[in-house]
Every structure is written in C-alpha cells, then in structure tokens.
Design a protein around this ligand. Structure first.
Ligand SMILES: [Zn+2]
Length: 503
C-alpha cells in the first residue's frame, strides 16, 4: 500500500486543536457495519419540535437570500464549466462567501477551482461541501424537450449548479447565526471541484483541508427526497498497458510479440472472472490502444478499467485478481504488463445518527412543493424520454425504504475522514435519465430552484442542531469512530499535484 502523503497542511490550525491522522499501512479489510447492526438512535436525538430560535432564523436566512441563491445557481448553470475548468463558477461562489464575511482561501490543493471559506472560531467546526462542475456534451435549454443551448457544449447533467448554491446558502445561514451570537463555533464551506472527473475532494482531503472538521455535510440533486443512508460504491480506476515487439504481420510475424494478443487474453480473463465475483461487484473497461494498422504486429496496447464494489475491501481483492490476469496474459504472449492506478474512491461510511437528524429536519421543513405547471413540465420530459409519467416526487422517502444504486462519489472518501451527513432532494422528474438533458433542463428552472432552496434549509437546520446540541454531535462522532473501526484512510490518488489542464 502506498504510504500517506506527509506532512499534511493543517487548514484550521490556530482555530482549534487538531487531531490529525497518523501515516502507515491502511487496514485492507473494511467492514462497514450495516445500518441494522448499530444501536437504534434514541428518538430524542432526532427530535426537532418547533426548532430553536437559531434554527428558525437560519431557515429564514435562506428565504431572505432566496433570490440571490437562485441567481447564483443560474449563473453557474449558464457557465456550465466542466471538471477542473470550473474557475468562473468557483469564483462566483467564493466571491459570494467573501461578500458575506467569510475568510476565503482560493486555489487550494493545487486546483485553481478549489477553495475553502471559513467563518467564526473555535469548536465545533462544521463543514459543508459544494460541487459546481458540469458534464461535457450535455448542453440543454431549460425546456421540456431536448434542445442544446450551445451545440456540443457542456451542461449541468448532475445538477451541481444547485449543489454549490444550496450548500453555500446553508453556510451563510449558519454564519449569520454565529455573527448574531446565537451559535458558537466555526463554519467551513469547501468548494470541491471536479467530482465528475478526478474527484477534487480526494486531493483536498489528502492535503489536509478536511482535518479538524467535526462533521461535514453534503447533498445531491435527485429524483427523490430523502436523508441518505446509502454507501454507494468504492471504485478504483486503472490503466493496464502491454508492451510487445513490432514486426511485419505478413513477412516476419515470428519476430513479433503482440501486445494486442495480451490485451485480448486479459479482457477474456476479466470476463471469465465475472462469474466468480460477488454480485455487488462491477468491472467495466474500454480499449484505449490496440495497435495502429493490421500489417504491424502491435507493440503496445492499453485497457482502461474501473473496478467497483459496495466495499473497498472487495475492490482491493478485485485489484489483486486483475493484476494476476494482466501478468498471466503477458506471460502467455511473451510481452510485459504494467498496471497504473490512476485514482479511485471509497464507499460512503454510513452514519445513521446523522441520517436520522437530517431526516427529522427534512420532515420538519417538508419536501419541495411543485405546482401543477411544474408537474406537467416533468411529465412532458418523462413522455419525451419514455419513462412512466409520474411527474416530480412529492413525498419524503423513509430511511428504511432506501435501496442502493450503482455509482461512486468522492464524498465517500470524505466520509472516512470526518462524519458525513448526506441529503437528496428532488430536482428532476422521477425515473428520467441522469447525466442527461432532463437533469440540465430542470436544474435551470423553478423545479431545480425549489429543490435547491429546500436543500439549503434542511442543511442549515441540521447544521444548527450540531452547534446547539453537543449530544447530537457526540452521537454522530461516536458512530463514525465505531463504524470506521480503526481503519486509516488512505486515498487512491497518486502523489503529486492533481492533473490540472494548463491551457
Ligand atoms: Zn453529481
């Protein structure tokens, strides 16, 4: 295992006493405790009641800033900047934070579009993450039929314009309560770029920007509203390269050793391995290089492979087996194999105490309420994409009802560094394709705005709980330590700066 990068930057040094990680070997076997195996959170922990004065004021703050937050979200939607190029989007959020009195560090962890905004002092230190990267090729107008705004342009097909604006809205709401003396402690907004690519959070965590944070929040646009209790999938991203010897494919093929032969045997091995993997495991690959012309024995071939499972321990096991497949394929073809791990992420470490707290605030505030016109807009999208015409979700999914879906996020890594509380809010029609034009369309109009403002209020309310109720924060932290079970977080990203494009 690669040792931890050291020394770490202690981002909040001077504000608080920091317990930082120690380096060394990561424990390979990660056994996340299923939700049912942990003691049930006593009902008192999740009680919201009428809400304290600070909580009501924090929620009111989101209403007061609703127009500004909506404009901020729409600006980022229009910028539609992809991973590591989201500099104007980051600047829009950072400027807004600065205007509201936050101390802002821009361009952190080697990424021009990463920033940290801090307000207050002392503990608790409550963090909140905001994403703002778009996806290439998904440009779309805010209308109910597929129509690009900019031909070939990018679009917010994961709704991250809403993500960034709502999270910052919640951070500002909490800041105002600290400024008014209703809450004591520090609030940190982490502007986390490139979720759709390298996972900016992982580099920020590696460089210490999450150290000393007592609990951290995230949310995500969705087609449903719920306090999340889902692990997602751990993932590792690797390149497998084969090196052989070129020769004329007709006149002296005996002098050649085909790297493509090795790659074919390797992918055949992957596909046979599928029968002997756990049902939750996923392996997908592309052939990134396989020779140039048929009359040259290919000296070089490359596969790009992703391995996923609900647990990092299984991903580690798949990685070990993939290494064997590559070396076996190389041996059979008298070529050589090289494996480069490009990155990866951990599964989300559940925190049921945190989920119950988010759920209580979500139920107190209620899900977004959509008009008949908005429901009709959603149904029109569903008709256009061939999914059942169910409109927008109007309820709140119970914690017990949630089921895992495939996918990985760099929030997973953070959940092993600090207790992480997650929320999903409906911003897109039920069942409509994700990472696709419907998500862009609704993220740029009233449906997305409503989801964004609901998210900001629920996050602000739950953050307030953690400042006002040491028992609630202690329960979240105790569960974090218990589930982590001594595992030392170690990121999959290689040492050195993140691969930021310099054009
Ligand atoms: Zn996303």
């Amino acid at each position: 295992m690669r040792p931890l990068a050291a020394p770490r930057t202690l981002a909040y040094a001077g504000l608080i006493t920091i317990a930082t990680w120690c380096g060394g070997e990561a424990v390979a076997d990660v056994h996340a405790v299923p939700p049912s195996a942990t003691p049930t959170v006593p009902p008192a922990q999740a009680v919201v009641g009428e809400g304290s004065a600070a909580k009501r004021a924090a929620v009111h703050s989101v209403d007061l800033h609703a127009a500004e937050l909506t404009a901020l979200s729409d600006r980022i939607w229009a910028y539609a900047e992809i991973a590591l190029r989201e500099t104007r989007s980051a600047a829009a959020l950072a400027d807004y934070a600065e205007k509201h009195g936050f101390r802002v560090q821009r361009g952190v962890a080697g990424m021009p579009s990463a920033f940290v905004a801090t307000y207050g002092q002392g503990r608790p230190v409550i963090g909140i993450m905001g994403e703002y990267d778009a996806l290439p090729g998904l440009s779309q107008k805010a209308i109910a039929e597929q129509s690009p705004l900019v031909k070939g342009g990018a679009g917010h097909g994961c709704g991250h314009n809403l993500f960034g604006a709502a999270s910052l809205g919640a951070a500002v709401a909490v800041k105002e309560q600290i400024a008014a003396g209703r809450l004591a402690g520090t609030v940190v907004f982490l502007g986390t770029p490139a979720e759709e690519d390298i996972g900016g959070k992982i580099f920020m965590a590696r460089d210490g920007y999450f150290d000393g944070i007592d609990a951290v929040f995230a949310w995500h646009p969705a087609d449903k509203t719920q306090a999340d209790i889902l692990t997602g999938q751990a993932m590792v991203d690797l390149e497998v390269e084969f090196h052989g010897r070129a020769a004329h494919a007709a006149s002296d093929p005996w002098n050649g050793r085909s790297a493509l032969d090795a790659l074919e045997l390797f992918t055949h091995g992957i596909n046979l391995m599928r029968e002997h993997m756990r049902p939750e495991s996923r392996v997908h690959y592309t052939i990134a290089a396989g020779g140039d012309v048929p009359n040259v024995v290919p000296a070089y071939a490359k596969a790009w492979v992703w391995l996923r499972d609900a647990k990092r321990s299984e991903v580690e096991s798949l990685l070990a087996r993939t290494r064997l497949l590559a070396s076996g394929a190389a041996e059979m073809t008298e070529t050589s194999a090289e494996i480069k791990v490009r990155g990866g992420s951990w599964e989300v470490l559940l925190n049921e105490a945190g989920t119950r707290l988010v759920d209580a605030n979500l139920r107190w505030l209620g899900p977004p309420v959509f008009t008949e016109q908005e429901q009709a807009f959603a149904r029109e999208i569903q008709r256009a994409t061939g999914v059942p015409e169910l409109g927008m979700a109007t309820g709140i999914k119970r914690v017990e009802e949630q089921t895992e879906e495939g996918g990985s996020t760099d929030v997973g890594d953070i959940s092993w560094v600090a207790p992480t509380l997650n929320l999903s809010v409906a911003t897109s029609p039920i069942g409509a394709p994700w990472h696709a034009w419907p998500v862009v369309a609704t993220a740029g109009m009233s449906i997305g705005h409503k989801g964004m403002l609901t998210a900001a209020k629920v996050l602000a309310a739950t953050m307030t709980d953690l400042y006002e109720r040491p028992d609630a924060l202690a329960a979240v932290q105790a569960e974090f330590q218990a589930r982590k079970g001594g595992v030392v977080y170690e990121s999959y990203v290689p040492d050195g700066p993140p691969p930021v494009p310099n054009d």
